[in-house]
Ligand binder design. Structure first.
Ligand SMILES: *[C@@H]1O[C@H](CO)[C@@H](O)[C@H](O)[C@H]1NC(C)=O
Ligand SMILES: *[C@@H]1O[C@H](CO)[C@@H](O)[C@H](O)[C@H]1NC(C)=O
Length: 446
């Protein structure tokens, strides 16, 4: 006979756990400063002019890169069979010397670049839009890159969104639409100025982007962002400035596992298949925790100084992220080499963008700040009420179920798994992503 006490011992915790896991709580956003200043010297008013910008790397800087590459020592090889990435790095190395930066610079400058000062920093952005035509809705969309990424991740999708017909895309059948595409470089990345004061975090970035939108006279916009960082910034913008955001489109959003009891409990039970429509391995709590630690370094400057001085060190570092984030779902044997997923030219372009703009050390500082910020959990757990569309990709290192995500995103209108790619799928399969964005926006603008 099972005694009444045993029943209580068994049932009560299960009821409590069930309540904890399923309870939908509205979590308000933490207070974020109304203003900040990250430029040189004393706080002063911004120069609000918007200037056209062109990428132009000096000959000295390019010669310096070649000189450094020639001086660099390569790590001696280990047993190459269990380190297939060596083969890929050799290929990359061979092509590094032949890479014609000026030709790529010319191509990058075919996009329209601008800079404008916000909180003491010149913020760089690309804007692609057709002149208004009758009968078509022009809808603004902000595309947010993450780490280690840049506007380069959107070079394929920007034309599809801004000029769909030109590329054989016939979206928006019910309400013909095209996008006013705005791609900012996050502060410290590429040709957005580097903060000279410490402490910048996601809340500050969201505010800076809100000011950019205001300066561009955009009253409300769609926002797309992917992990790592891009999706967090996009969600933060929706949490802190809901009126500015018409809808949020996220690729592979990440939920920090240990921020509160509910999330921890959800991760733990989803491992056993409870309320879990995704792969088990990708939601295991320790794995998710490990990934989180990997995203946000504890001591950015320690690694940053090496990446600031060694182009080959930077290459190896960036490529290890790319490899992991594009192969996350597979065991070692099934993993693909990066050149099977991206062109060598695409990879070298990104490496050059990072090296020539000194992005890596500043990006690491930013990630470290975010990690140390006392409101990190408060902001990343706070509820997004704006309509949200989520895509995840098969080779992402993680995937959260719709159930788990619905506790942060209270209005998920679409949740799709795209056929191809990892965290950098906008380069691997821009068409599927564009199609998904159009479908979401069409739903919201009808
Ligand atoms: C979710 O968003 C859709 C589309 O904008 C809207 O029609 C619906 O009322 C929203 N639902 C909630 C619960 O806010
Ligand atoms: C991992 O890959 C397999 C096979 O392609 C797929 O069925 C599964 O859904 C993937 N898991 C995740 C988390 O994407």
């Amino acid at each position: 006979m099972i005694g009444a006490k045993t029943v209580i011992f068994l049932i009560v915790p299960i009821i409590l756990l069930n309540y904890l896991i399923n309870q939908r709580i509205e979590r308000p956003a933490p207070a974020v400063e109304k203003n900040g200043y990250f430029g040189e010297g004393d706080t002063r008013k911004d120069d609000e002019a918007i200037e056209a910008f062109q990428i132009e790397i000096s000959k000295e800087r390019l010669d310096d890169l070649q000189k450094r590459l020639q001086l660099e020592r390569l790590l001696p090889k280990l047993d190459s069979t269990n380190r297939p990435s060596f083969k890929f790095l050799e290929l990359l190395r061979e092509n590094f010397g032949k890479f014609d930066w000026k030709q790529h610079e010319y191509f990058l400058n075919t996009f329209k670049h601008y800079r404008t000062e916000i909180e003491g920093l010149k913020i760089h952005y690309i804007r692609q839009t057709l002149p208004p035509t009758t009968g078509k809705q022009v809808v603004p969309i902000l595309l947010l890159h993450g780490f280690p990424g840049s506007f380069w991740h959107f070079y394929k999708i920007a034309p599809l969104l801004s000029n769909p017909h030109r590329y054989g895309f016939d979206f928006g059948v019910k309400a013909p639409l095209l996008f006013d595409v705005i791609i900012p470089s996050l502060p410290g990345f590429l040709w957005s100025d580097k903060p000279t004061r410490s402490g910048m975090w996601t809340g500050d970035i969201a505010r800076i982007l809100a000011k950019l939108l205001k300066r561009l006279k955009i009253e409300s916009t769609f926002v797309h962002g992917g992990a790592i960082l891009g999706a967090e910034v996009a969600s933060s913008l929706a949490v802190l400035y809901p009126k500015l955001v018409r809808g949020v489109h996220l690729s592979n959003p990440f939920l920090i596992p240990f921020c509160d009891l509910q999330t921890t409990a959800q991760h733990s039970v989803s491992y056993f298949g409870y309320n879990n429509d995704v792969d088990r391995s990708s939601t295991e709590i320790f794995e998710v925790a490990r990934l989180f630690q990997e995203f946000y370094p504890r001591s950015g400057d320690a690694i940053g100084s090496s990446l600031y001085n060694s182009p080959w060190g930077l290459t190896a570092n960036l490529m290890s992220f790319w490899h992991e984030y594009s192969n996350g779902n597979y065991t070692a044997e099934k993993r693909k080499q990066l050149n099977e997923m991206f062109t060598v030219d695409e990879l070298l372009t990104e490496i050059h963008l990072y090296w020539l703009s000194d992005t890596a050390p500043h990006a690491l500082r930013l990630l470290e700040n975010i990690n140390r910020h006392p409101d990190l959990c408060a902001l990343s757990m706070s509820t997004v009420t704006r309509p949200t569309s989520i895509v995840s990709t098969p080779s992402s290192p993680f995937r959260f179920s719709r159930f788990q995500l619905s506790h942060k995103f209270h209005n998920i209108t679409r949740y799709n798994i795209l056929p191809k790619g990892g965290l950098f799928h906008s380069l691997q399969d821009a068409h599927s992503l564009a199609a998904d964005i159009f479908a979401f926006v069409e739903l919201e603008t009808l």
